[in-house]
Design a binder for this molecule. Structure first.
Ligand SMILES: NC(=O)c1ccc[n+]([C@@H]2O[C@H](COP(=O)([O-])OP(=O)(O)OC[C@H]3O[C@@H](n4cnc5c(N)ncnc54)[C@H](O)[C@@H]3O)[C@@H](O)[C@H]2O)c1
Length: 304
């Protein structure tokens, strides 16, 4: 297949592109390098330095002869989305819609788009499945939810074959440690530079961390099965920030100090999803336990 991966110079998109290349597919990448890095682009992929909101990107899709599009490019800084919701919406809503429209009009067989459990807002039951209420509480979640609704519109009204994958907290090699989320990457970077990271609150808040290799395999499975609809991709396992810090200290073999600061407003005590629906349709299971995943991530941050 000839596959276009948007955001393929970023953390998750580059791993997805690699997984497709390993399967023998031809992979093109579109990324404007706003958050991604040229060195993340896997060998064998063809890179187009383009913005997904540009006519050039639409033209590329219309003329590229793609069999599939895997859409990972997005604006994903939560705080910036609050300060500049129009900027966030321009990329996540309009950019995504342009891709879906061009995919449909050019006869792309299947589209996969990355979403987030941030669309759920407050978690009202755990683990969250796909029937969980959707009430995003930040512009980032709102724009991703709008993207999902446009995807559903394209599928239901126009018959576009499309999978939406909602991830929980993804971690692994190549995660940008300068972003505002991604506690494992941020803390690793700080520990390795002998800087002291801040835990917001008492560190008991739990998240569902999933390794990027498991995410890449989920993207392969979604394409193989041409799945229709929305699916949660997670580990259905929760770890607290304190547990993550302990695992990092153990892996690095040093008892690095941390600061404790005030809790972030609206930071939920616990988030966790279930991947049961996706597993029932594809057989995919998360394979990487948190300690093993932290080990490989630490190795990458240490020797990159
Ligand atoms: N990292 C996570 O924990 C997580 C969780 C849930 C969902 N997601 C979703 O996964 C996707 C990838 O996230 P990531 O963690 O790899 O982030 P990332 O920032 O590493 O990757 C996003 C890529 O998109 C590119 N990009 C941004 N705006 C663009 C534009 N207008 N045109 C072209 N390229 C553009 C960036 O340069 C970057 O390379 C996003 O859609 C995000 O919403 C990530």
């Amino acid at each position: 297949m000839k596959i276009l991966v948007t955001g393929g110079a970023g953390f998750i998109g580059s791993h997805v592109a690699e997984a497709y290349l390993r399967q023998g597919h031809t992979v093109d990448i579109v990324d404007n390098l706003s958050m991604g890095y040229i060195e993340n682009i896997p060998e064998g992929a063809t890179f187009y330095n383009m913005d997904i909101t540009s006519d050039a990107c639409t033209d590329l899709i219309m003329s590229g002869g793609y069999d599939a599009i895997n859409h990972h490019a997005a604006h994903m800084e939560l705080r910036v989305s609050v300060e500049k919701p129009v900027h966030d919406a321009g990329i996540n809503i309009l950019g995504s819609l342009r891709i879906f429209e061009a995919a449909r009009k050019s006869g792309v067989q299947h589209v996969i788009a990355a979403s987030t459990t941030a669309v759920l807002g407050e978690f009202v039951h755990l683990p969250a499945d796909e029937t969980h209420p959707v009430q995003p509480i930040a512009p980032y979640g709102v724009s991703k939810r709008a993207m999902e609704i446009y995807a559903e519109y394209e599928r239901i009204v126009h018959g576009l074959s499309i999978t939406i994958l909602r991830y929980t907290n993804v971690y692994g090699p190549r995660q940008n440690p300068h972003g505002e989320s991604g506690v494992i990457a941020i803390f690793l970077e700080k520990f390795l530079k002998n800087e002291v990271p801040t835990i917001h609150g008492d560190g008991s808040q739990e998240r569902d961390y999933i390794h990027v290799d498991d995410i890449a395999r989920a993207n392969v499975a979604a394409l193989d099965h041409k799945l229709q609809g929305t699916f949660h991709i997670c580990r259905n396992g929760a770890a607290s920030v304190l547990q993550v810090v302990q695992a990092l200290r153990k892996t690095l073999g040093q008892d690095y100090p941390v600061h404790f600061g005030p809790a972030k407003a609206g930071d939920p005590a616990q988030t966790r999803g279930t991947h049961q629906l996706f597993t029932s349709q594809t057989g995919w299971q998360p394979e990487i336990e948190l300690e093993a995943g932290i080990f490989s991530t630490a190795a990458w941050f240490t020797y990159r």
